[in-house]
Design a protein around this ligand. Sequence first.
Ligand SMILES: Nc1ncnc2c1ncn2[C@@H]1O[C@H](COP(=O)(O)OP(=O)(O)OP(=O)(O)O)[C@@H](O)[C@H]1O
Length: 412
Amino acid sequence: MASTTCIPSTFTPVLQNLTTRNSIAMVGLLSYAPKSLRPVSYAKSFGFSSLSTARKPPRKLFQFQVRSVSTPAEAVAGFEEMVSGTQRKYYMLGGKGGVGKTSCAASLAVKFANNGHPTLVVSTDPAHSLSDSFAQDLAGGTLVPVDGPDAPLFALEINPEKAREEFKNVNQKNGGTGVKDFMDGMGLGMLAEQLGELKLGELLDTPPPGLDEAIAISKVIQFLESPEYSMFTRIVFDTAPTGHTLRLLSLPDFLDASIGKILKLRQKIASATSAIKSVFGSGETESGASDKLERLRERMIKVRELFRDTDSTEFVIVTIPTVMAVSESSRLHASLKKESVPVKRLVVNQILLPSASDCKFCSIKRKDQMRALDMIRSDTELSDLTLIQAPLVDMEIRGVPALRFLGDIIWK
Ligand SMILES: Nc1ncnc2c1ncn2[C@@H]1O[C@H](COP(=O)(O)OP(=O)(O)OP(=O)(O)O)[C@@H](O)[C@H]1O
């Protein structure tokens, strides 16, 4: 089994001279293959053909021509449409846990970058795996350049806990005990009670699943408003598993409403306190804090709009061919439709390809998978989506060459 990682920079010029993208990926993988690996049969198992002889140096560098990488039928993703145009587009990849969301998101980001789009790949999943997928350290909550692709590719792993803390601080300053004490002192206890009923502080102490994502995405919106992010024309989100996504969809409305209530209360308080202050002639204004809260609310509204903008956003569902995953994907699409989130594509990942030396286990497994695929084709929620079938490959997808290889198979 080949273990893959990013290609060291010494290899890069050699690899860039190779013409076929898939062969570059294959060479990248083989460069790191263990000595015991037989490159010819390994490459052929991927459908590579017309092997040229091994070149030296470096050792184990082979050039392959891709006559056909066997992929299942119907595997046309419509990548041309995804890549066309320089206006910014957002792709959110989501689905059941472990189906390959990160691999698909990272491979799409690499493909966008290799097609000339300055691309940002963002993980809003509290359990980040972008660093693992790219085999590079991308943690830290800031933009990190990814080594390997042709055009700039940056990654951003949002730390939801840190983002939530920031959110909470803003809230505490505006609606927490400080304001309550202040209001009590001013004889506005009744308003303080109303504010308490909003239970926003409690919500932030024990956040429901999905809240972290909502805050993380609002954090992304905040980032995107800054000029250093204006270069990105493709933004790919690796989102958290389905349950979080579903709750996330209703959260911006909920938070918007909560913040809206707080703002209204603040206005009442502000007019009451300014009346008091005008009598007693003291006190500082709190308009700065209100502005912050207002900005937070505006960002929430943007999150909601972003999710529903058919011109710039698409949610891509990733699944595997099992009854359980298909059922969950069907429910996910129903919910996304209900919330008017645009969905066009469904990636069915990890499909077992037929092989000459078929063992009993594989053939039973494949029959099972075929049944799940039939289920998709007759499912009222899923049958109208573009079906992209991605094979199960016999290696772990890690590092840019491997992602490039997978991306060239999936995103056609
Ligand atoms: N087509 C494929 N062929 C072989 N292995 C794959 C394929 N797609 C994904 N994998 C492997 O499956 C594992 C899980 O993939 P990945 O992390 O992308 O899933 P995920 O849906 O993002 O998981 P999580 O829900 O935990 O975030 C990884 O080890 C990845 O390398």
